[in-house]
Design a protein around this ligand. Structure first.
Ligand SMILES: [Zn+2]
Length: 417
């Protein structure tokens, strides 16, 4: 009976083995490798990378592993992903294919790969579009990771190509890093493409004729009072906007959503329009709003005042001179001429403490200090492109630490600490 059970389970194992995707097993028996883990999969945005057309050779698997590291590097160098890296977990599943490379039906190249990826189909899908003919196998491979919010398939081929639907595909070419951050804009921020052609083959593209787009970075509405991103637009900027002086003018630029006219985007340049660009202020703002809740204040900046206060319930203890970073305005419009009035109230007597605001370089900022019912209020005009520090120094040596309650207002609104 026991033998029969063993036979049956072996048979079952053989059947399952044939049905499953061939992936590398780690020494500890797992099939996924943590590349970046910042926290629980329920709190973080999980990206899993799987490869196609990588054989079991060390050279091929190393190539895949390095490509995943390059992808992570792209996140680390593109704002606002770079300032919200704590929002992400990154996993990789090393899929093993029988042959290197993937199919090119147009040139008759056929490879036996585990996820069956191909450059187009030589029928209706153009060659630049990479996709798997068996997406279920891609999902199956991704399921080895503890969780995923986005699946990226890296194919072992240097020819330019990619695609994004429910799965993102990209080849190992020089644009890979930019493609990855662009596609993540769709996945995380639900951002629309801002380029103005679909086939982009030089043919005439029709004007946009649909309804108001649902995404935050496209609109058909040019009314300055109700424009989707009106908070980012200076009152002097004409709509539609055609002059980019100085560069970076936020307005309503014609073109986007695969149409050249009848639809508008916030800035002339954006990563959602063209690779090798930064994300425009509207796209950045949307991504920030979605990613920031995935990080705690201490994860974002352990030396920040926000972190210190979150630990100490808005109370810090001052014994020796203490310096903190003032939480930056993550939701402020990023206009160069826009300044924010910041007021910080500390429950101390300003005759007993010297309170100063410094730039990140340690330069003193001009401030106004006055007494209020809650204590000392220090106010200053903040340029939101700069980081500021708050320094509290006791005027005389203290025998024990003094508790100081702190609250911060920016343009009259309480800053959540
Ligand atoms: Zn944009």
């Amino acid at each position: 009976m026991k033998t029969l059970f063993l036979l049956c389970s072996n048979l079952l194992y053989i059947i399952l083995a044939h049905a499953t995707v061939n992936v590398q097993t780690n020494p500890d028996g797992t099939h996924a490798t943590a590349v970046l883990v910042n926290g629980s999969t329920t709190l973080k945005y999980d990206i899993v990378f799987v490869g196609d057309g990588f054989t079991s050779s060390t050279a091929d698997q190393d190539k895949f592993n390095n490509a995943v590291l390059a992808a992570l590097d792209a996140l680390r160098h593109k704002a606002p992903y770079s300032t919200n890296i704590c929002a992400f977990n990154v996993w990789r599943v090393n899929v093993i294919s029988a042959e290197s490379g993937i199919d090119h039906p147009i040139t008759g190249v056929s490879k036996n790969t585990e996820l069956n990826c191909t450059f187009g189909d030589d029928v209706g899908t153009p060659e630049r579009v990479i996709y798997s003919t068996t997406p279920d196998r891609v999902t199956e491979a991704a399921n080895y990771a503890p969780a995923f919010d986005a699946i990226y398939v890296l194919v072992n081929d240097a020819q330019y190509g990619g695609a994004a639907g429910s799965i993102v595909y990209t080849s190992l070419n020089s644009s890979m890093q930019e493609v990855i951050v662009h596609e993540l804009g769709h996945f995380v921020g639900h951002l629309a493409d801002e380029y103005n052609c679909y086939f982009c083959n030089g043919g005439a593209e029709p004007p946009y004729s649909g309804p108001e787009p649902g995404s935050v970075n496209l609109t058909i509405n040019l009314n300055p009072a109700t424009l989707k991103w009106k908070n980012f637009v200076a009152s002097t900027t004409p709509l539609p906007t055609t002059v980019d002086t100085p560069p970076g003018v936020v307005g309503a630029w014609a073109g986007g959503g695969y149409s050249p006219t009848g639809i508008y985007r916030p800035q002339n340049n954006c990563l959602m329009k063209a690779l090798n660009s930064e994300l425009c202020v509207v796209c950045s703002h949307a991504l920030n709003g979605i990613l920031q809740p995935n990080c705690t204040a201490c994860e974002r900046d352990p030396s920040s005042l926000a972190c210190a206060i979150s630990k100490l319930r808005k109370r810090v203890f001052v014994y020796k001179p203490k310096i903190f970073r003032i939480p930056e305005c993550c939701f402020c419009p990023l206009l160069t001429d826009l300044r924010q009035q910041v007021e910080i109230v500390l429950s101390v007597d300003n005759k007993k403490f010297q309170i100063q605001v410094l730039t990140a370089e340690g330069k003193k900022i001009q401030t106004t200090v006055r007494d209020t019912d809650q204590g000392t209020m220090i106010s200053f005009e903040e340029n939101i492109k700069q980081a500021y520090l708050l320094q509290i120094t006791p005027n005389t040596a203290l025998k024990e630490a003094v508790p100081v309650d702190i609250s911060i207002n920016r343009n009259g609104q309480a800053v959540p600490l």
